[in-house]
Design a protein around this ligand. Structure first.
Ligand code: AMP
Ligand code: ZN
Ligand code: FE
Ligand code: FE
Length: 288
């Protein structure tokens, strides 16, 4: 029997609407054999997702989706199989979360300047997580009756070049890759088809990029094929996932992308190989 995975899922620990347990129960309904939780700039949901997966007989891959940039372009780096107790990963994601919270205050201040009477506390109460983002502001605007839909909130206020748009702090792609590796994870470029600046990929490969998310709910078949070719050319792992945010964007996307399990096996094999190599380097260095 062919087994499938979804390696890109959000929960309410960032801007998804499902709890980690709900994510897992939907995965179970879709017959997935493995899943990764990849909340933006946090790994907090992983403990609960791992427990729910264990109870459901689903293999769990600890993950996160770090916000990064390369040559001024925002891109997202998925970290898989990361050590969720790694002190530096915890410290860096905590910093990201602080920056996200300050950004919400700034977005709300700009809304207020535009005579939109929203309180940052309303956004924080609704978000109820440490990594809030624009989708939470959009939901708060709808909840307060100030916009009729999330799309309207983004169109009128939150998109780039709109009155309440505030840029987000990002670490460099190379730093994000290094951080993921430091936490013993594998670094994968998320949804490159949404960014469409493939010219940054060779530099990221030089920085240690391990894989590329070829399959994504917003990638067409030809986009997926294009990135499969790139993955082949640069000897990168192939991953995929739905990028489901629960009910955030109308209908849940979980189940729309089913990654053949062989790619999960390859991801784990490469991670294990690296761990073994690092182990032997350490023992070669003896007790230093
Ligand atoms: P942030 O991380 O705060 O910059 O927010 C990014 C999130 O906003 C991503 O999950 C996007 O998918 C989401 N987003 C961007 N544009 C829209 C839109 N027009 N409607 C709904 N969500 C959007
Ligand atoms: Zn998101
Ligand atoms: Fe993303
Ligand atoms: Fe995502």
């Amino acid at each position: 029997m062919t087994m499938f995975a979804d390696l890109h899922l959000h929960s309410h620990f960032s801007d998804g609407t499902y709890s980690p347990e709900e994510v897992v129960s939907h995965a179970q309904k879709h017959g997935l054999a493995a899943l990764a939780l990849t909340d933006h700039d946090t790994i907090e949901g992983c403990v609960r997702a791992a427990q729910a997966c264990a109870a459901a007989g689903i293999e769990f891959i600890a993950g996160t989706e770090l916000t990064a940039e390369q040559e001024g372009n925002e891109l997202h780096l998925l970290g898989y199989l990361v050590d969720i107790d790694n002190p530096r990963l915890l410290a860096e994601t905590a910093k990201f979360q602080m920056v996200r919270q300050n950004r919400i205050r700034e977005i709300v201040a700009r809304l207020n300047q535009a005579k939109v009477a929203l309180d940052a506390e309303e956004v924080f109460a609704l978000a109820n997580c440490r990594a809030p983002g624009r989708p939470h502001v959009a939901r708060a605007l709808v909840q307060a009756g100030l916009c009729s839909s999330l799309d309207e909130a983004f169109e009128r206020f939150l998109r780039r070049n709109r009155p309440a748009w505030v840029p987000k702090f990002k670490m460099s792609a190379a730093d994000a890759i290094e951080l993921i590796h430091h936490a013993r994870g594998m670094a994968v470029l998320a949804h490159p088809g949404l960014n469409r600046f493939d010219e940054v990929i060779p530099d990221m490969v030089d920085a240690g990029l391990d894989g590329i998310e070829c399959f994504h709910s917003k990638h067409s078949t030809s986009t997926a094929e294009h990135y499969l070719e790139l993955a082949d050319r640069f000897h990168l792992l192939v991953t995929g996932g739905s990028d489901c945010h629960g009910m955030n964007k109308g209908k849940p996307l979980i189940g729309t992308v089913k990654l053949p399990y062989q790619h999960v096996a390859q991801l784990k094999a490469r991670a294990a190989r690296r761990a073994a190599e690092e182990g032997s380097t350490r023992s070669l260095n003896g007790s230093q």
